[in-house]
Ligand binder design. Structure first.
Ligand code: GUN
Ligand code: ZN
Length: 432
């Protein structure tokens, strides 16, 4: 029996970051295109007429015309234990954490609860076209087992880690410097490089870690340089002030993480809304990644992320939902809100850049562009099928659309999970 599959449709994949809305050399687009999949990998991409002639006689052909075929979306910052925190009313960051988030995360000491939420959470990602996510789990190791376990059942390329937090939170979500080290270490051994899973060493943020715990995080990074690092940075003014009180010797917020050796090309810093010039320079110099979380920054009233300023300082950037501070699992909704955040600062995110960002751009931020984020041959076959006419309002608007860029902008401005016709993970259809 042949394991070969061909998806037919309009194929779009990015080669590099687009400079402008008419930068047609930044992507490959094939009107009557095809993707051939073998054993979960992309075997070939090209014209349907060329590739269909070379198929095995019993290969399966799936016709997705007139829809767009793109690489699956990548969400670089999300909290899986916050699936029942999303849409919690009326607070800014520190109150929101204390009132809603920390109490909710205490429930993840229960492995059954963690498994139930991990399963539902990952199904939501798939429904929204997200095929890879970088997630914060709770402080409890069983939450990490639930997360990677459910991802493995679906054969997804996922990144995540246990939050390390030993102060300024309720007892039920605290560990200690030593227990956070021991638990992270054994989770790395269990999950990093196991199938498609990768581990992220995850000190939650400086407020919830003592210096002793950040030393433990540093030891883990030194012992496991192949792992990612993720934390929060400079999200909200009250957070920044409290952090400065806790670490009075630090030059600025980033300096705390810098002091403990947590910067580098595999380090993801969520938010980066209020960075100072020195912090930007240190981010750029170390190759660290700033993660833009627009729906969260608006919902929690945190502030306006300065993409142009970060880019001009040479900082690598990524984009993410940050559910449950973020308000939607959809990377399309995230782009829409991101566009508005940048509009308020007279910055323009063009639709080619938008779709580059949630695919290849985020893959580059994770140093994974040889595996995911494009439709290049030998990539893993994580693919999303997009319908820009999924709702009556979209179909009406599409009647006047004349270019690919315009279509992408309709998708990001009006689209959501209804525009995700199908999500393929390692070549298998998973949404329908
Ligand atoms: N800072 C520390 N923890 C969190 C969190 O869970 N969400 C957000 N948005 N910011 C944080
Ligand atoms: Zn976050």
């Amino acid at each position: 029996m042949s394991d070969e599959k061909l998806l037919r449709g309009r194929v779009l994949s990015f080669k590099r970051e687009p400079d402008a809305i008419n930068d047609s050399s930044s992507y490959d687009y094939i009107e009557d295109g095809a993707i051939v999949i073998r054993q979960g990998m992309i075997a070939a991409v090209g014209q349907f007429n060329d590739l269909s002639r070379k198929l095995d006689s019993n290969a399966i052909i799936i016709d997705h015309r007139p829809h767009l075929l793109m690489s699956g979306f990548i969400d670089t910052h999300i909290h899986f234990p916050q699936a029942q925190v999303i849409a919690s009313w009326g607070a800014q960051l520190l109150d929101w954490l204390n009132t809603y988030t920390f109490p909710e995360e205490t429930k993840f000491s229960n492995a059954e609860h963690a498994k139930k939420i991990a399963s539902a959470f990952i199904d939501e990602l798939i429904r929204h076209g997200t095929t890879t996510a970088v997630a914060y789990c709770s402080v409890h190791p069983q939450s990490v087992d639930a997360y990677f376990g459910e991802a493995a059942v679906r054969n997804m390329r996922m990144i995540g880690g246990k939050v390390m937090m030993d102060r300024n939170a309720p007892e039920g979500v605290l560990d200690t410097p030593q227990s956070s080290y021991d638990a992270s270490k054994s989770l790395i051994e269990r999950w990093h490089g196991n199938g498609r899973s990768s581990y992220a060493i995850t000190p939650r943020f400086a407020i919830t870690s003592t210096p002793q715990q950040l030393e433990m995080a540093q030891a883990l990074v030194q012992e496991h340089p192949e792992c990612y690092v993720q934390t929060h940075l400079s999200e909200n003014h009250a957070e920044i002030e409290f952090t400065a009180e806790l670490y009075p010797e630090a030059r600025d917020y980033l300096d705390i993480y810098q002091h403990y050796g947590l910067l580098g090309p595999r380090s993801l810093f969520g938010h980066c809304v209020h960075l100072k010039p020195r912090e930007r320079a240190a981010m750029a110099q170390s190759g660290s990644v700033a993660v833009f979380c627009p729906t969260s920054n608006l919902f929690l009233g945190s502030g306006l992320y300065d993409e142009a300023g970060l880019k001009s300082s040479g900082v690598k950037t990524a984009i993410a939902t940050d559910v449950g501070g973020g308000t939607n699992y959809s990377m399309l909704r995230t782009l829409d809100e991101g566009y508005k955040v940048l509009q308020l600062q007279r910055q323009q995110m063009n639709p080619l850049k938008s779709f580059y960002w949630i695919t290849r751009g985020n893959a580059e931020a994770l140093s994974l562009e040889d595996k995911i984020g494009t439709l290049d041959a030998d990539s893993e076959a994580d693919i999303v099928i997009l319908d820009a006419s999924a709702t009556p309002a979209m179909a009406l608007r599409m009647e006047t659309v004349k270019s690919l860029s315009e279509e992408l902008f309709v998708l990001q401005t009006l689209g959501d999970d209804r525009s995700i016709v199908e999500t393929y993970i390692a070549g298998e259809s998973c949404k329908r």
